[in-house]
Ligand binder design. Structure first.
Ligand code: GDP
Length: 346
């Protein structure tokens, strides 16, 4: 994006009217690292939050509770069938009149220029639907940076009326934890037959899952899919109970044939209504907001500290001393932090 083309007001009105072009441009603004773009993006987001607050109060006054959005993480090892599944689930929802946004978190996209969702042909039918909005992962140098942009993008797509937000991630690294911290429900897609060790799925990821779905339960893989389901049923029974009170379910599907998709959606709906009933849904969203606040402060402090010329000069001078073992890393850190905060008192 070379220059700012719209005012905050134009972005806000366009997004609220569901204008996909304006929505796409607003996301580009959020993703931009230029300070003036960031400032404008923050104004747009704040105005959208104010609007949302206003309409939530109005709907409460009129006795209607506004239809809350649902944010769903979709993860699984590469090849588990995530994009095929998202296409099947997305089309199922669109056919029911839902508006669906598909986002992704892929920190590796900085290097590979968008490896997940980059290739639009992977979700041909869904990307052709006017009720679906598909956006590849933001690029960035750090997972935190990419995750923050995705979280802000969630607010934008919801403001544009996409009330079901699916967030894809790759299933092998830390991006799952970030996605877990910005979604209401976590869905793990599994391959038939193989246990977690073979699928490269870490135990921690299985623990996060609310819904586990063994995909590719079709053709001669049905038996293997049943075995995998039994394995994961057993595994989930051994896990400690979730803070949300939800007991994970293990289902089967074939994203390719479209079987089991409705059952998975039913399970998502049941999970959502249970979490709403026991107030975990709201509580979790509040905790997530607090987490991202702290995360943003943390990132801001780090950027200010390491961007400070005096700190950089000191670091460059001290590093060889520390590496050679002549200066303690803790003493050096202490001295630099002390100097920095003396120079920038609160
Ligand atoms: P991703 O890497 O997790 O996004 O996986 P993809 O959606 O790209 O799917 C990987 C491969 O598995 C592709 O060749 C798909 O056609 C195939 N695939 C996905 N879902 C199914 C399914 O339900 N059944 C079968 N037989 N193949 C599937």
């Amino acid at each position: 994006m070379s220059k700012i083309q719209r005012s905050a007001e134009e972005y806000v009105q366009g997004i609220l009217a569901g204008n996909r072009v304006v929505l796409g441009q607003a996301i580009t603004l959020v993703e931009s690292t230029r300070p003036e773009h960031q400032a404008l993006a923050q104004t747009v987001i704040q105005q959208l939050l104010d609007q949302r607050q206003g309409s939530a109060e109005a709907s409460q006054d009129s006795g209607h509770t506004s239809q809350a959005s649902i944010r769903i993480a979709i993860t699984g090892a590469p090849g588990a069938g995530k994009s095929t599944f998202i296409e099947a689930l997305g089309m199922y929802l669109v056919e029911q009149g839902e508006k669906v946004a598909v986002l992704a978190i892929d920190p590796s996209s900085a290097v590979s220029k968008g490896s997940i969702l980059g290739d639009k042909t992977r979700m041909e039918r869904l990307s052709a639907s006017e009720h679906a909005f598909i956006r590849p992962s933001a690029a960035g140098t750090s997972l935190g940076g990419v995750a923050r942009k995705t979280r802000e993008t969630i607010l934008l797509v919801e403001a544009a009326g996409y009330n079901t937000v699916l967030i894809e991630t790759v299933g092998v690294g830390q991006s799952e934890t970030a996605v877990h911290r910005m979604t209401d429900i976590f869905l793990l897609l599994l391959l038939p037959g193989a246990g977690d060790e073979l699928q490269g799925i870490k135990r921690g990821i299985v623990e996060m899952a609310d819904i586990l779905a063994v995909n590719k339960a079709d053709g001669d893989r049905v038996k293997l899919a049943n075995q995998a389901r039994a394995h994961y049923l057993n595994a989930t029974h051994l896990l400690p109970p979730k803070a949300s009170g939800w007991a994970p379910v293990v289902l089967r599907c074939s994203a390719q044939e479209g079987t089991g998709i409705a059952e998975i959606w039913d399970a998502i709906a049941t999970c959502r209504s249970q979490l709403m009933k026991n107030n975990f849904f709201e509580k979790n969203r509040r905790q997530q907001a607090k987490y991202w606040l702290e995360e943003a402060i943390d990132a801001g402090i780090k950027a200010a500290f390491f961007g400070n010329p005096a700190v950089r000069a000191q670091l460059a001078a001290l590093e060889p001393e520390i590496l050679a073992g002549r200066v303690s890393p803790f003493a050096a850190a202490e001295a630099m932090l002390h100097a920095y905060f003396k120079e920038n008192p609160s």
